[in-house]
Design a protein around this ligand. Structure first.
Ligand code: C5P
Length: 223
């Protein structure tokens, strides 16, 4: 463990997409490279935090200097986060599937000529960010940070998310077509908390992660 302002601070970061199985060979997933979440985990570790990164399936390498827990589904992600609480800070950067498959098949669904296509029934997934934010007593982290990736009405949706989910900060980013946020290396974010909005200029995801880790250190009285 490195020395630094976040020495002794326990952090959990979720990152990447989740996968919800339709059958043993097919799944539903969200679009997420894991770049921003992984960078945040690394930046917190670089400041000395004891970090657990809970990641859905991604194609980028595991960061070093921290614990990586790999999961597939949203339920697995929630269980992985829960079992590692308490923590001082939880950052939910994962793109969690909103729904999972209610009629998941245990064998591969076969297509037969003339048969209609199968119907996939969806059922809501647990909301990890909301569950952690609304945890009571010592299981409630000092600081819970969520993300809002929106293609329109960014600030409105982000403010709504802050209120509804009960987290302390929302990092809002515009992922509409042409911004290059998805899978790209740059990001333009706005940090919302109960005091208002802080808009950051466009910068690399690594730089967003560093600034966020510094802001976290300051909020925890460690900077
Ligand atoms: O509601 P929406 O998915 O837009 O909210 C985004 C934020 O909530 C992100 O921080 C995401 O990681 C978190 N989230 C979650 N569990 C879900 C859905 C979203 O932790 N099931």
């Amino acid at each position: 463990l490195s020395d630094g302002p976040l020495k002794g601070v326990k952090a959990i970061v979720t990152s990447g997409p989740t996968r919800e199985a339709i059958d043993p060979v097919r799944f539903i997933a969200n679009r997420s490279s894991g770049k921003q979440g992984h960078a945040i985990a690394s930046a917190l570790a670089a400041l000395g935090a004891e970090v657990t990164l809970v990641s859905g399936p991604v194609s980028i390498p595991d960061p070093t200097g921290l614990a990586v827990v790999k999961v597939e589904s949203a339920v697995q992600m929630l269980n992985a986060v829960r079992s590692r609480l308490p923590a001082h800070v939880v950052v939910c950067a994962a793109a969690v599937a909103d729904w999972t498959v209610a009629n998941r098949a245990t064998e591969k669904r076969k297509k037969k000529v003339g048969d209609p296509p199968p119907t996939i029934e969806l059922t809501p997934n647990p909301d990890i960010l909301m569950t952690v934010s609304k945890a009571e007593g010592p299981l409630r982290p000092t600081l819970v940070v969520g993300f809002a990736a929106e293609t329109e009405k960014l600030m409105e949706h982000a403010a709504d998310k802050l209120a509804r989910k009960g987290c302390d900060w929302i990092v809002a980013n515009d992922v509409s077509e042409g911004t290059g946020t998805f899978g790209g290396d740059a990001n333009t974010v706005h940090v919302l908390d109960s005091d208002g909005v802080e808009s950051w200029p466009a910068m690399g995801k690594e730089e967003v992660a560093r600034k966020l880790a510094e802001r976290i250190a300051k909020a925890l009285g460690k900077a």
